[in-house]
Ligand binder design. Structure first.
Ligand code: UD1
Length: 441
């Protein structure tokens, strides 16, 4: 066996920020990433057309489009509306290159088993924020009658006889709840999920499926009832707004002495985050679909924060609130109870002067006056956004590398922030990389 090394030119992007500018004005919040991804998987079920409005333009969404096309469907996407036609879906394999690009690829498993009765996939990829096993998905599928064989890292799944029943989740996993809804919506009999995840994105999936003709009740509570129906129909649906995007912008406003109006939001989905910003000293006012955040001169620390399943404090906001606390008065602690590897940004933040100490799954945060600009790496999606917030507040210049992580969940983040007065820019440059190609002789 031998190999050759060749040089390849690729584009590398960074976000560059001149910090310390006050944020002001208004911006519209994008459609929810975590809501649209299961909805895109659900389009396999109606064997027809789905028109999806408020669909954000994100790397993970594009991966879902490619999976649908790989399976034989068609996707037309323009102006935040996706038109998906799954009439001709007949392919039962998703290539590893797509499975490994996003964690949400695993949601196609439930939809494929329902529609095609067979699926061959590898384990999903996604941000490295923890081990992220899929044992709860697999156990539930087996309880519902699927046969799943795992060999050489590949999952061979078939579903001959769907067996409805009660699935009691040991943990309210968002993805497992969605996958059970997807496999059960078109079936014979009633499936009940107990200890289901209660996130707003689960309600969105229920609404989408019911608009297609499914019979699902209880989403948003711990018990979901899915009465299987024979067939689903064409659907037109608007995705809810992204509560994590909105809360991230709210955190940015708090850190930058801002006065920011977030439009196209659902304030009830970010209640805890808003009450924390109030406790920190910000003035927060809500209307039906907008939130205004007016920052105070000096933020106050918040004592103890623990991430938990909804309606608890979202793990997806943990790095962003930690960045707020990093420049708040006093000592605060943040306990990460969902993912085991979500403090990778702490080392980067230390390079900006932050005073964090991590003990096991707890970050102990001593508030400093302000961050200092530095060159930092985005270690994952939400941590990347948090480093951008720190850069907006910091004195001097911050450069955030590896921003493809951020682009998985935030559409044109830098442009939205620039429209609020931030001095921020995405800079793309060509870079030569060495590529090793193996030759088998
Ligand atoms: C979803 C969200 C993600 C968010 C997370 C928790 C999407 C596309 N992603 O991810 O942004 O951070 O919810 O709110 O909606 N677990 C197992 N076995 C399983 C499944 C999960 O042990 O089979 C564990 C995970 O390792 C983790 C916890 O359960 O510790 C929560 O995971 P889960 O709720 O499933 O998150 P995701 O659906 O992957």
């Amino acid at each position: 066996m031998s190999g050759i090394i060749c040089l390849e030119v690729c584009m590398v992007s960074t976000i560059e920020i001149c910090g310390g500018k006050r944020l002001g004005g208004e911006t519209a919040v994008q459609g929810s990433k975590n809501a649209v991804l299961p909805v895109l998987a659900a389009t396999l079920l109606n064997q027809s057309e789905s028109i999806i409005h408020n669909c954000p333009d994100l790397a993970d969404v594009r991966t879902s489009f490619r999976i649908i096309e790989e399976l034989g469907g068609r996707v037309y996407y323009s102006g935040h509306t996706a038109i998906v036609n799954t009439e001709n879906v007949n392919v039962t394999k998703i290539p590893d290159s797509l499975m490994s690009s996003a964690r949400s690829s695993v949601l196609f498993l439930g939809a494929m088993l329902s529609r095609l009765r067979y699926a061959e996939v590898t384990r999903p990829g996604g941000c490295a924020i923890g081990l992220r096993p899929i044992d709860l998905h697999i156990k539930a599928f087996r309880e519902l009658g699927a046969e799943i064989d795992e060999t050489g890292g590949k999952l061979y799944c078939s579903l001959e006889n769907f067996k409805p029943g009660i699935i009691d989740l040991p943990f309210p996993s968002v993805g497992a709840t969605e996958n059970i809804m997807l496999i059960s919506a078109v079936s014979r009999g009633e499936t009940v999920i107990t200890n289901a995840a209660c996130e707003p994105e689960i309600i969105c999936l229920q609404e989408f499926l019911n608009e297609m003709g499914a019979d699902i009740r209880g989403a948003g509570s711990e018990k979901i009832y899915i009465s299987g129906v024979e067939k689903l129909r064409k659907v037109e649906y608007t995705i809810i707004s992204d509560r994590i995007f909105a809360a991230t912008c709210a955190a940015a406003a708090a850190c930058c002495g801002g006065d920011v109006l977030l439009k196209n939001t659902e304030p009830s989905h970010m209640r805890l985050m808003l009450s924390m910003l109030r406790d920190a000293g910000c003035r927060v006012s809500c209307n039906d679909d907008s939130v205004r955040i007016r920052a105070c001169d000096r933020l106050r620390g918040l004592g103890k924060i623990i991430t938990a399943p909804y309606p608890g404090f979202p793990t997806d906001m943990q790095p962003q609130i930690a960045v707020v606390l990093g420049i708040s008065e006093g000592t605060s602690t943040v306990t990460e109870s969902i993912f085991e590897n979500r403090f990778k940004y702490v080392g980067e933040l230390a390079r900006m002067g932050a005073n964090f100490k991590v003990e096991s799954n707890i970050a102990i945060i001593g508030g400093i006056e302000n961050y200092t600009g530095a060159r930092v790496n985005a270690p994952d999606l939400r941590a990347g956004a948090a480093l951008v917030i720190a850069g907006l507040a910091a004195e001097g210049i911050t450069v955030v590398d590896d921003i493809y992580y951020i682009e998985r969940g935030y559409e044109e983040f830098e442009k939205k922030l620039a429209s609020l007065g931030a001095v921020i820019e995405k800079v793309s440059t060509e870079k030569e990389i060495q590529k090793f190609t193996l030759k088998v002789s």
